[in-house]
Design a protein around this ligand. Structure first.
Ligand code: FAD
Length: 598
């Protein structure tokens, strides 16, 4: 049977020792996040993940969601009770504003515990995950009345939320959207059309479902300039604000899909449903972007979460499975063969995943901290600098962590040989679940284009230049420290490749945009490698400092960090040169074949 243990120590090392979140006590909510409180919250989250969410992960995958003839949907056995425990624990509102019933704690902390819960049960955690995105959009763009009406019940999880963008003919290109909105004359609208692939669209875990729906108001311009965002509750609210009449929205079908079987992916039919505009007419896309950006960070974290649980199971299996002898002589002479963890190639697999996961965790939490600073600092300058990095990192975190999350789920499955391919060990579920994270919230190819086409040049390249300087300065400051120079040398090489690739785009992509598209995915991964390398260099520096200060209690943990950091720099960082070479090959060969020749 699969196992899962939340990586509590690693999370606390990053939060307290590497990022030093205590230093941000001047930000709202951070003063309440003392190291003791953080440790207590992280510990409670680990318990919930391990004891409540994880035990129904495999059964939820096997059972899936069921749609009934009346359009209602039931979730797998145990999901309702587990969601009840999650809700009662106040987890949904951990970082939400106190005025709407949340706890106002750092988003960084919310992200840290979110990893545990998504690893333990990704399908179940998508119900509150979508709700969090909807809360964010209403917070930023909703009227005061809308906030008072919807947020308290969403923050406490009595009602859940969804996001409705996709239509059968309209996925990446939202300008093609057809759902329409007709004014009722009383400020509300009648929404009609069909949305597909709507996560958590219908289920039996909440008293109401608050759908956020993109639609075009009659007579609005074609394309993305004519899209508005609406709140469409499953049950319209009565005068006391409680669910009343059933609205004209229903689940027409649930999709039969590759993974995340415990999450209901719905076809939603809107048949003159009553909707309420959020924000200004025709500005729906920017309102929806609040939700999408939040969701992109959460999806990047899903990549990490699945890679972590897959890794833990693979490492456990490799210690137990007996096959063959070590190349350097028997390691378990009392047995007929050695455990497969003695084989270098199995270790290569495990170390690769471990090195990505630990740096990925630091990357995710570092980015979440930027989000906290961008939203909570009272210094305009600090807010802007953090927001720049947050915007730049969003497509990289989403794209790189989910591409690697899937690759690494497959690698972990490989450790099981044929036993990974059958369902019993749960490895097949991780591979199937991880796959969707590369697709939704903007397919990863689109994340790469967002990075190269928009984020790089934003504000005259301010964000990218600031980050190059930060990493370059770190390398320079630690260059002569003999304990750190190995890490900084490798990181500097990676940074040089990244800067050269950036320059190549500036010189070759303006006149020929296909060059940007041809190199975008490699560039996103090249950037990701450098940021992950930066995280490793910072973690190595912290580990060296702690060891030098005589931290004996964590000596094994800290020494293991240094070994993994070295592995990353030796075996993974050099990939930056390959990525750079591919970028510099340009688009010519790629675009040479006629469409019919493929
Ligand atoms: C399980 C599941 C859950 C989902 N949940 C939701 C949800 O809750 N709400 C919601 O609204 N949607 C949801 N989606 C939809 C999802 O976000 C879309 O599938 C995704 O945005 C891609 O759209 P598409 O499938 O139409 O692909 P297309 O847009 O047709 O794209 C096909 C391929 O072409 C590539 N491509 C397209 N345009 C370009 C371009 N200009 N340049 C380069 N490459 C390009 C894409 O990267 C992609 O690989 C979900 C989907 C699934 C499968």
């Amino acid at each position: 049977m699969p196992i899962y243990k939340a990586p509590v120590d690693d999370t606390l090392f990053i939060l307290n020792d590497v990022l030093g979140i205590e230093r941000y006590h001047n930000l709202p909510g951070f003063a309440d996040a003392s190291p003791d409180t953080v440790a207590a919250i992280v510990g409670e989250a680990a318990k919930l993940a391990e004891e409540v969410l994880f035990p129904i992960n495999l059964s939820g995958d096997q059972e899936g969601c069921k749609r009934h003839d009346d359009g209602s949907v039931t979730v797998p056995k145990g999901f309702k009770q587990a969601f009840g425990r999650y809700r009662e624990g106040g987890w949904l509102g951990l970082a939400a504003p106190e005025e709407f019933g949340g706890q106002g704690l750092p988003y960084t902390l919310h992200t840290a515990v979110g990893e545990f819960m998504s690893a333990a049960n990704m399908s179940l955690m998508m119900y509150p995950g979508l709700t969090q995105g909807a809360i964010a959009a209403i917070l930023v763009h909703g009227s005061e009345e809308q906030k008072r009406t919807y947020l308290p019940k969403m923050v406490d999880g009595t009602w859940t939320g969804t996001m409705n963008l996709t239509e059968p003919h309209c996925g990446t290109d939202l300008g093609l959207l057809r759902a329409k909105a007709v004014p009722n004359g009383d400020g509300s609208y009648r929404i009609s059309g069909q949305k597909i692939f709507i996560s958590a669209g219908e289920h039996d875990m909440a008293e109401n479902i608050i759908h956020l729906v993109l639609a075009r108001i009659e007579g609005a311009p074609e394309g993305v300039k004519g899209i508005s965002l609406f709140i469409v509750p499953k049950y319209e609210l009565d005068d006391s604000g409680e669910p009343g009449e059933r609205n004209g929205v229903s689940c027409g079908a649930i999709e039969h899909k590759m993974g995340i079987h415990g999450n209901s992916t719905c076809v939603m039919n809107y048949d003159e449903a009553t909707g309420h505009l959020i924000g200004a007419e025709n500005k729906g896309l920017s309102a929806m972007f609040v939700m999408m950006n939040e969701a992109r960070l959460a999806v990047g974290m899903q990549g990490l979460a699945i890679a972590e649980i897959a890794y833990q199971n693979a490492a456990n299996y490799a210690r137990e499975r007996i096959q063959g002898r070590s190349l350097s002589g028997p390691k378990a002479p009392d047995k007929k063969a050695d455990p497969i963890i003695v084989h270098p190639d199995v270790r290569r697999t495990l170390m690769t995943i471990k090195a990505f996961n630990e740096a990925g965790r630091a990357f995710t939490l570092w980015t979440a901290l930027k989000s906290d600073i961008a939203h909570r600092s009272d210094s305009e300058e600090e807010r802007q600098a953090a927001d720049d990095i947050l915007g730049l990192m969003t497509p990289i975190l989403k794209g790189v962590m989910t591409d690697k999350g899937f690759d690494h789920a497959v690698m972990a499955q490989q450790v099981f040989g044929g036993h990974g391919y059958i369902e019993e060990h749960g490895m097949s579920q991780y591979v199937r679940d991880a796959r969707i994270a590369m697709i939704y919230e903007g397919a990863n190819g689109i994340q790469a284009l967002d990075l190269v086409g928009r984020k790089l040049a934003m504000n005259g390249g301010r964000a990218v230049m600031a980050l190059f300087k930060e990493i370059g300065d770190f390398c320079e400051e630690n260059r002569n420290d003999e304990k750190l120079s190995g890490y900084t040398k490798a990181l500097k090489k990676g940074l040089n490749d990244l800067q050269a690739a950036t320059m190549w785009f500036m010189q070759n992509a303006m006149a020929k945009p296909d060059n940007a598209g041809a190199g975008s995915t490699d560039y996103m991964h090249l950037f990701g490698l450098v940021v992950l390398g930066y995280m490793w260099a910072r973690m190595a520096k912290t580990a060296e400092e702690k060891l030098a200060a005589g931290e004996t209690a964590r000596a094994d943990y800290l020494n293991n960090k240094l070994i993994t950091a070295k592995f990353f720099m030796e075996r993974i960082m050099p990939e930056t040169a390959l990525r750079k070479a591919r970028i510099e090959a340009g688009a010519d060969t790629l675009m040479a074949l006629d469409a019919a020749a493929f």
